[in-house]
Design a protein around this ligand. Structure first.
Ligand SMILES: Cc1ncsc1CCOP(=O)(O)O
Ligand SMILES: C=C1C=NC(C)=NC1=N
Length: 211
């Protein structure tokens, strides 16, 4: 997976917006989103056949614009939809277990915030790690305290070369700090999913970071 794919990594589930998620996603991609993750989680999240149906529809929007479609946590759904990738957290199945279940062509991302977790992800062949929360976030109900961009700096100082995206509370005003700390991109939910104009929000975010 090319590092540039991670530049502007939009994440959304049906409960992250009051609009039609399909329209929000298409607008976000028109604004310059480079990668999308379907994260159907938390209060009000869809389950079962409805979750699968929305996933399929979101994936077809991504396919229309050749934007990678990643599924969060739900490996079975990622396989069923023939997604481009899957993202798992530290308390999900270990990556080596996941890798036995998925096609080798699938992108694998792992959440990591310590050196041990990052090294483990490298060892188990992750394509990228998501590090956060960078800043305070209202979106993840059980988010831990912000770790800040300095965590990414530390990982780079300790020779973690894996592609990294920062996540958590990222918006135009603080996005460059995450890139300056050594991230290959920014990943975010509400800055785009709750914007009045998701296309404009994505464009401003993309323009707010330089590598
Ligand atoms: C999924 C996740 N993991 C750490 S913070 C977070 C939520 C990010 O949402 P937002 O970009 O709206 O702060
Ligand atoms: C928790 C997460 C961390 N990082 C990314 C990219 N996605 C997630 N769902």
């Amino acid at each position: 997976m090319k590092r540039e794919t991670l530049s502007l990594y939009f994440i959304m589930g049906s409960n992250n917006t009051s609009e039609d998620p399909l329209i929000v996603l298409e607008q976000a991609i028109m604004g310059g989103v480079t990668c999308f993750q379907y994260r159907e989680k938390g209060s009000g999240a869809l389950t079962g056949i409805e979750k699968e149906k929305l996933g399929r529809e979101l994936m077809s929007v991504c396919r229309k614009y050749q934007v990678p479609f990643i599924v969060n946590d739900d490996v079975d759904l990622a396989i069923k939809l023939k997604a481009d990738g899957v993202h798992t957290g530290q308390d999900d199945q270990p990556l080596e277990e996941v890798k036995k279940m998925i096609p080798s062509s699938m992108i694998t991302g792992v959440s990591a915030k310590t050196l041990d977790e990052a090294r483990e992800a490298e060892k188990q062949g992750a394509d990228y790690i998501g590090v956060g929360p960078m800043f305070a976030t209202k979106t993840k109900e059980d988010a831990e305290a912000p770790v800040g961009p300095s965590t990414i700096q530390q990982l780079r100082r300790q020779k973690i070369t894996l592609p990294i995206v920062g996540i958590g509370g990222i918006e135009v005003g603080n996005a460059q700090q995450v890139i300056d700390a050594g991230a290959d991109g920014i990943s975010l939910i509400s800055a785009i999913s709750q914007a009045k104009d998701p296309e404009q929000a994505a464009r401003l975010l993309r323009e707010s970071i330089s590598f």
